[in-house]
Design a protein around this ligand. Structure first.
Ligand SMILES: [Fe+2]
Length: 228
């Protein structure tokens, strides 16, 4: 494992722990066996305010990704509120919330058991899961093509911290939808990146239309075989 990936994983662990602590705190008054009725209103997830908070955090001159990831961790710690704001997950797709030269924020939905081939981003990425689970395989370039070297499973409330040079493939292992908020440290939609053929691992260009076609195929497969 590279130094950058090690620090990314330890950072992720820290972020996830923060999210879990926040989640536990918010659930504390209303556990199933609690005799005390929770009369407080459920928290709401305000997408505009969340975007504003991320834009401000991204101005952090020392660790913009860390600052943005803390905002994201707070949001997905109440994953039910995020899902309520986003609405029912019905198909694979990307819904942009914000786009600039230095920051992209969108909601992404994977169909049941959807796979995304190895790909890079060429910018940092932080992924907060609010519904389901996302399994990541981490790859790196070698003199003999890309090789898998690590894995990370992200559950509801987790935030994955991916460094600028990451190559990962993504699987939704569940028989239901997985949803997350994805944040990138650049203009995700205006960057030509690479993807690697899942069978041959040959490098190919990837961009917005290529990704859109992958989502279209996943939805077509779901319609063909039915939501599992
Ligand atoms: Fe990705």
């Amino acid at each position: 494992m590279t130094d950058s990936s090690s620090s990314a994983l330890s950072r992720r662990t820290m972020i996830a722990a923060t999210a879990a602590a926040a989640s536990a705190a918010s659930l504390a008054p209303a556990t199933a066996n609690s005799a005390v009725k929770n009369t407080s209103k459920p928290r709401k997830f305000d997408i505009e305010r969340f975007v504003d908070d991320c834009v401000i955090a991204n101005r952090d001159g020392v660790d913009a990704q860390g600052a943005v990831s803390e905002v994201l961790a707070r949001a997905v710690s109440d994953n039910g509120a995020v899902l309520n704001a986003i609405g029912e997950l019905k198909e694979a797709g990307i819904t942009p919330f914000y786009r600039s030269k230095t920051l992209t924020i969108f909601s992404a939905v994977w169909t049941p058991q959807m796979n995304l081939m190895p790909h890079d981003h060429l910018m940092w990425a932080s992924i907060g899961i609010h519904t389901g689970r996302e399994d990541n395989i981490l790859w790196r370039r070698t003199s003999d093509g890309v090789k898998a070297y690590g894995a990370e499973a992200l559950f509801e409330g987790d935030v994955g911290i991916l460094p600028t040079d990451v190559i990962h493939s993504v699987t939704n292992p569940l028989e239901r939808f997985t949803g997350g908020i994805h944040i990138y440290g650049g203009d995700f939609f205006d960057t030509t990146r690479s993807q690697w053929n899942p069978e041959t691992l040959e490098e190919e260009p990837s961009d917005g239309p290529v990704i859109a076609a992958i989502f279209d195929r996943a939805n077509e497969r779901m319609r063909q075989f039915g939501a599992q």
